[in-house]
Design a protein around this ligand. Structure first.
Ligand code: PRP
Ligand code: URA
Length: 207
């Protein structure tokens, strides 16, 4: 399943992020804000249970999230930029870090770090990366999370290329994608166009 968030606030913030004149600080702040809005969407089907509480006026049964805490799983480095906004909304979530970089020549994903909570099979896992380009990184991350026991996952990104969506769905049809936009295509270097450039470089000011 693919959900494109066409909310005006998301689209407005995304346009500013795409603009090459936007500063590193501005890019980072907007990513944090958009992350909250994407998180709202990616968590809308979480289970709740009714619990007994007392308001200042009377007892009532009120809904509360049920089950184990969520796991956010950012793909380093750029996925880290979505993490703070997500944690603003769900402060008690656990975090699994997945270190992957994309080889610039082969465009395949190379793993350099992985650390997750132990009971991944009992938790909803939200995988975070602003860019779904070829999808090689996202596919490798989800492969690794499945190896670690995860069964209930969502993939959240900011921008996706149609080629990446097809590739990802071909490998992981069980993992819904939530994105703010689907762009035109990949260029010859595997960049999303029109896109926003290299998300990691723009948020950390490394180029
Ligand atoms: C970028 C981006 C994704 C990946 C997307 O990361 O953050 O992880 O590329 O491309 P793909 O869909 O073709 O795999 P990059 O490898 O540049 O590393 P970084 O986050 O450390 O900058
Ligand atoms: N990674 C990025 O950061 N941007 C792209 O357009 C493709 C991969």
């Amino acid at each position: 399943m693919l959900t494109v968030i066409d909310h005006p606030l998301v689209q407005h913030k995304l346009t500013i992020m795409r603009d090459k004149e936007t500063s590193t600080a501005g890019f980072r702040q907007l990513l944090r804000e958009i992350a909250m809005l994407l998180c709202y969407e990616a968590t809308r089907d979480l289970d709740v249970e009714l619990v007994d509480i007392e308001t200042p006026l009377m007892p009532m049964k009120a809904p509360r999230l049920s089950g184990k805490k969520l796991v956010f799983a950012p793909i380093l480095r750029a996925g880290e930029g979505l993490l703070d906004g997500m944690l603003d909304l769900v402060p008690s979530a656990r975090v699994a870090h997945i270190g992957l970089y994309r080889d610039p020549h082969t465009l395949s994903a190379v793993e350099y770090y992985f650390k997750s909570p132990e009971d991944m099979g009992e938790r909803r896992v939200i995988v975070l990366d602003p860019m779904l380009a070829t999808a090689n990184s996202a596919i490798a991350a989800v492969d690794r999370l499945k190896e670690a026991g995860a069964t209930d996952m969502r993939f959240v990104c900011l921008l996706a290329a149609p080629e990446g969506v097809d590739n990802f769905v071909g490998h992981h049809p069980d993992v819904p994608i939530v994105t703010a936009a689907i762009d035109e295509k990949l260029n010859e270097k595997g960049y999303i166009v029109p896109g926003l450039g290299d998300a990691g470089d723009r948020m950390f000011g490394t180029k």
